[in-house]
Structures are given as C-alpha cells and as structure tokens.
Design a protein around this ligand. Structure first.
Ligand SMILES: N[C@@H](CCC(=O)N[C@@H](CS)C(=O)NCC(=O)O)C(=O)O
Length: 215
C-alpha cells in the first residue's frame, strides 16, 4: 500500500486564483485533497489558516511531501516541472516568456485591483459600487490583453497549444462574467474561453463544480 500523501489545495470555489490551480491540477491528472476556505466568512483570516499560509490568501498548495507554496503562477510552474506530462509552459524561450507575460497581465495588473479584499475596502457592502469598480477594472485590463493576444495567439493564447496563459485567461473571464463585463469587444478572449471551457480539465474546475459551492 502506498504511503504517499495526496497534495492539498486550499481553495474557495469563487476564487479565480484558486480556479487557475484547479485547472492545472485537472490538466495534469493529479489527485488532490480539496480544503475549502470560505472567504465570505473570513476563514482566511483565522489563526489556523495563518499557520498554513501567512499571506492569508487562497490558493495555498501543500505538495505531496508537505511543503507549502502560495501564488497561483508559482504553484502552476511547480506543477509543470514536478509533473512534466502535458506541459503547460513551452520549451521555446520566447514562447515561455509570452506565456508568462499573458499570465502576468492578468495576475499582476487586472486581478489584484478587483479582488475581494480591494472591493471591500473600496465599496464596503455596497454591491452596486463593487460591481462598477470590478467591471471597469476588468474591462480596461481586457482592452490591453485583447491587443496583446492579437499578436500572441493562434488557436490558443500563445500559438496553437494549450498553455498556462489559457488557464489565466479562462479563470479571469469567469470573473468578468460575474461582474457583467460586456464581452463583445473582446473576440479573441471570448474565443479562447469558449474553446477551452469545453475541455474536461477546464470544465471541471469551474466554481459550480467545487465541493464548497452549494454552501
Ligand atoms: N496573486 C495571488 C492572488 C491571490 C488572491 O488574491 N486570492 C484571493 C481570492 S481570488 C483572496 O484570497 N482574497 C482574499 C482577500 O483579499 O482578503 C495568486 O495568484 O495566487
């Protein structure tokens, strides 16, 4: 009998940063334990979770040899190196950089200004104000992203293979839809999301399919 532990993902079903890691785990076919952290109940701010992840964000990932990783891009890059089948980052140096560029346009420039912590500070419980802020932030970010994808994409975000960039794009489209962003100005983003969403790794990572969704 194998004594190897399963890796653990600390996730919240609606968290798009967790969503990215769920897609990568599915893509690689990695069996993992799902531990739900309810951000609406501030479960990320408990003493217990502070010991798991001092940044108090989700996702947090515990490797099968019990080591912590946070930051979705770092986790996905680790998974790609530790589980090399079905690569998510290409071998060509320029394409590798493009995959990171597209991922970081989302991770560094778009997502942080519309995440829950920021929305709470800007709009408190005012849902109309929250929606206006998140919608505008994503819409402006998507303008630049769409322009960049005009140059980098083929069938997918970077060339004709699925990469980490597609994971970031699809999870961000999930947030865009949630905040009512009008997607007709972003045909490439829309097409990539439509094509990828049909793949099981992506389809099974959506918020509705997570164990903490019905709560
Ligand atoms: N750059 C981080 C972002 C992590 C992040 O912002 N997570 C959000 C959920 S999507 C969170 O935990 N928010 C809780 C808060 O801001 O208080 C990553 O890519 O993992």
């Amino acid at each position: 009998m194998s004594t190897e532990k399963k890796p653990i993902l600390y996730s919240y079903f609606r968290s798009s940063a967790s969503w990215r890691v769920r897609i990568a785990l599915n893509w690689k076919g990695i069996d993992y334990e799902y531990k739900a952290i309810d951000l609406l109940k501030n479960e990320n701010n408990t003493e217990e979770y502070l010991k798991v992840n001092p940044t108090q964000k989700v996702p947090a990932f515990i490797t099968k040899d019990s080591k912590l990783l946070s930051q979705s891009e770092a986790i996905i890059e680790y998974l790609d190196e530790a589980y090399p089948d079905r690569p998510l980052i290409p071998g060509c140096p320029y394409k590798r950089a493009l995959v990171r560029e597209i991922s970081q346009i989302i991770a560094c420039d778009i997502h942080p200004i519309q995440n829950l912590g920021v929305l709470k500070r800007i709009a408190g419980d005012d849902m109309e104000k929250r929606t206006a802020w998140a919608n505008e932030s994503i819409r402006l970010g998507f303008k630049g992203l769409e322009n960049r994808l005009e140059h980098t994409s083929g069938a997918y975000s970077v060339g004709d293979s699925i990469t980490m960039a597609d994971i970031f794009v699809c999870a961000m489209v999930g947030n865009a839809k949630r905040w009512g962003v009008e997607m007709s100005s972003f045909p490439i983003i829309t097409k990539i999301n439509e094509v990828c969403s049909k793949l099981p790794a992506f389809a099974n990572a959506i918020p509705d399919k997570q164990p903490d969704c019905s709560k």
